[in-house]
Ligand binder design. Structure first.
Ligand code: MSP
Length: 501
């Protein structure tokens, strides 16, 4: 297998509040892809972190009676602390208040200025302080409200610096044409492209009233609009993530930015233009997922309807959470989640379909064959259903189809359960005349279990480790049915998904 680099990122999260399940979701999605690429033998770099400047943070700090840096420190620690809890294997955690980041931002923005892409002007528009973003007329909610935060917006007028986004319209259209998968899913690509084709306006680059932001290198009296500082994290991080090493040439351009649709415009329109203006190669691709909804509303800190990922994991475990979210909500679409739905899938799918299958198979190998997997032939009917599974799974994840890839594996898990029912090994065990058929059935069940568990490594990192160890599997590379011969010793495991109290 040839080793390629795979650089995947999440949005960097605002530190004006604590992490919630929505943040965990994007991070787990990026982690699934990072783990999958490591299994393929790729050279992976996975970045996440926190976005610490800007008005929302300044305001939240004021409200809490602390300095913005203090608030940033407190909440960044919570975001960073979330990573091991959701089993995210990020290679670095960037904080935009890190001077190593801010120095690089200043250099890059100075270059944008020197290249002539910055002009002075007057801005008037609808500003949402929670988004830290000006809304165009077509983005406004009813009664001039923010469509995301549902708060009334005020018209603001100010003198400031502008990034000449409009100058990049042609190049952006060219980029979209050249790379049909620059933004996936396709309906998001179309959304971004029609926004571009609708005519781009220059975007405000600085805020005169802001205190908690980076000074513009060429006009230190003005502070940088937080999005420029934030977007650049994807590049700056590579310069200092490893002590004494610059990883930029190794990993840039990023292979995949993961995010929800709320920040599509910044990433799919402004970001590639900023890259071009700064002579940075634009990223390769981005995947836009939907919102986790509680009832019918987006789960968000400002709406106050969030599920606390720490509490959910306390109860169900990180694997179950990862599994539930990618299985329940079709990745790319919005989807409602609920504790009841969670419990149901935990029981019927994780505990029954998969956990019981594993326990039964291992128990039968122990009971009937002293824990040694018999060497036998691949069952023809099973082989048909497993045919090409690894390649199909890889193709789906290449398109960031996290739900479809998981569905594919689950169909195989269910196929193995049917195989148990069809072959009834406990009946075969009584028939001493045909021990070979029992050998064959047990061999195929162990093989099937091994193949699906390897595929599940990115989704169920903890459980798959336990099970692969019990199966005596040393490597973690994906495998086809029948690629291991039998003869290995297996061990029983305690219930992988115990009953929840
Ligand atoms: N700081 C900016 C991003 C800068 S990236 C250069 C920001 N931060 S945020 O804290 O608001 O995070 C937004 C992101 O969090 C979404 O794009 C998404 O990845 C994730 N989500 C937040 N709430 C979510 C849901 N309810 N559902 C799905 N994803 C959610 O925007």
């Amino acid at each position: 297998m040839s080793s390629e680099t795979f650089y995947v990122t999440t949005p960097i999260y605002y530190v004006n509040a604590e992490p919630h399940l929505g943040h965990a979701y994007s991070t787990m999605a990026a982690d699934v892809l990072a783990r999958h690429h490591r299994q393929r033998g790729d050279d992976v770099f996975f970045l996440t972190g926190t976005d610490e400047h800007g008005e929302p943070v300044e305001n939240a700090a004021k409200k809490a009676g602390v300095t913005p840096q203090e608030l940033a420190d407190t909440n960044a620690a919570k975001f960073e602390g979330l990573m091991p809890i959701i089993d995210a294997t990020n290679d670095f955690f960037i904080r935009t208040s890190d001077p190593r980041h801010t120095e690089r931002v200043a250099e890059i923005m100075q270059r944008v200025y020197d290249n002539g892409w910055v002009t002075k002007g007057v801005y008037e528009g609808w500003y949402c302080p929670r988004c830290a973003d000006f809304k165009t007329e077509r983005e406004l909610g009813p009664g001039n409200t923010c469509p995301i935060h549902e708060i009334p917006l005020q018209k603001e007028r100010e003198e400031n610096w502008f990034f000449q986004l409009s100058a990049f319209q042609g190049q952006l259209e060219g980029l979209y044409e050249e790379r049909p998968d620059f933004v996936v899913p396709e309906f998001r690509r179309n959304e971004a492209l029609s926004f571009i084709k609708g005519g781009l306006e220059d975007v405000s680059l600085s805020r005169p009233n802001l205190k908690w932001g980076l000074p513009l290198p060429w006009d230190p009296g003005q502070r940088m609009y937080v999005w420029f500082d934030a977007l650049l994290n994807y590049v700056t991080a590579l310069g200092f993530a490893r002590e004494g090493e610059d990883l930029t040439d190794r990993y840039w351009p990023a292979d995949l930015h993961v995010m929800a649709k709320d920040i599509l415009k910044f990433h799919a329109v402004i970001w590639p233009a900023l890259c071009l203006a700064a002579e940075i190669e634009p990223p390769r691709r981005m995947v836009i997922h939907g919102y986790l909804l509680m009832g019918e509303k987006k789960m968000s800190k400002s709406l106050g309807n969030v599920l606390d990922p720490f509490a959910v994991i306390d109860r169900f475990g990180a694997d179950a959470l990862r599994f539930y979210l990618f299985r329940e909500v079709s990745f790319g679409q919005d989807g409602a989640i609920s504790t009841a739905g969670f419990e149901q899938r935990y029981e019927t799918e994780l505990a029954n379909d998969y956990g019981n299958l594993a326990s039964r198979v291992l128990a039968m190998v122990e009971r009937y064959r002293d824990g040694v997997v018999p060497a036998a032939q691949v069952d023809a009917t099973l082989a048909e259903d497993f045919e090409g599974a690894v390649a199909r799974f890889g193709d789906l994840l290449d398109r960031a189809e996290l739900t479809q890839a998981l569905d594919l594996v689950w169909a195989l898990v269910r196929r193995l359960n049917r195989f148990v029912e069809e072959t009834q090994p406990w009946v075969l065990a009584k028939d001493e005349a045909d021990p070979e058929r029992l050998d064959e059935v047990l061999y195929n069940l162990v093989e099937g279990l091994r193949v699906v568990t390897l595929l599940l490594v990115p989704y169920l990192p903890g459980t798959s480790e336990t099970l692969l160890a019990a199966l005596g599997e040393e490597g973690r590379a994906l495998a086809e049915l029948g690629s291991r011969e039998g003869g290995q010793k297996v061990e029983r495991v305690p219930p992988l998904f115990p009953k929840i109290e």
